[in-house]
Design a protein around this ligand. Sequence first.
Ligand code: SAM
Ligand code: SF4
Length: 331
Amino acid sequence: MVREQLRDGHGRDIGDVRVSVTDRCNFRCQYCMPADGLPWLEREEILSFEEIGRLVGLLASMGVGSVRLTGGEPLVRRDLPRLAKLLRSTPGVEELALTTNGYLLERHAAALVGAGVDRFNVSIDSLQRDRFYALTRRDALPQVLRGLAALAALPQAHPVKVNAVGIRGFTETEAIPFARFAREHDYEVRFIEFMPLDADRSWDAGQVLTGEEIRAAIEAEHPLVPCPRERHSTARVYRFADGRGRIGFVNPVSEPFCADCNRIRLTADGRLRTCLFSLGETDLRGPLREGADDDELERIVRAAVWRKELKHRVNEPGFVQPERTMSAIGG
Ligand code: SAM
Ligand code: SF4
């Protein structure tokens, strides 16, 4: 059944949902999780694959055709390819993407591609083993690079994207090695500005290494040519002037793209979030488990989405960091 397009109160059509499949993770990235982890959700609190399938199916019937699986680390959820297959065959789902830290990718890449995952983002913040360890608190760079290579060997997985968070005092020395990496391999590296969603709540604006600063540093060694911006794309993408490779910059802090935002998020425990920085959220798991039919769920979703935030307020005085961290929201 096709329903009316999902739209917010500011006239933005919603076409993209990020689904967190778990709040757990096998890494402890400094900008995301504390060293000791967080109190994890209980098993029964987490949506089952069938519950995720039902909600994604409803959203897809309202025009939300782009689905991304994330977490926590999505690959620590057992049997993830089964969920991928279920979602990819859901009417209205046009694209299924996955964001992963890559640690378990060597083992699962082929099954995920086989299950219909169309696009992959692998998060890597340093190409030096000791610095990778310092940031993620796991000595896992060789394993992640093997996972990336396993993925890259599958033609259907291309173009593979690599995400790196831009942190002042850390990422400056990574920029050129990542540029070379993007030129030598068929990976599009994307730098993402550090956002105030860290568990330690130690973010401050001075720690954000902006996309423009990184771009300028790369441009000084490797001339860049801007690529046309795709609709709803959050990234400014450039190609290297000599035609070898591409590089992108996602600048939510220095250049917010809220006016064009078409996203919502579903947490692992079934809450709908209309912005990464939302201070409130809407419970869908409760009504779902109490037997709400699709029309009732549709009403709840539409009412929540209608109130989607006009923009984030990270750069404004009085900004309040949400209680949930990035790992518990689903980045
Ligand atoms: N565990 C998977 C991973 O790391 O790719 C998926 C979940 S992770 C929360 C999704 C993305 O959010 C990663 O690319 C990660 O680097 C990014 N991220 C986490 N905390 C962030 C923060 N405070 N600011 C900017 N990006 C962040
Ligand atoms: Fe885990 Fe991803 Fe957060 Fe790192 S960024 S701690 S890999 S959820």
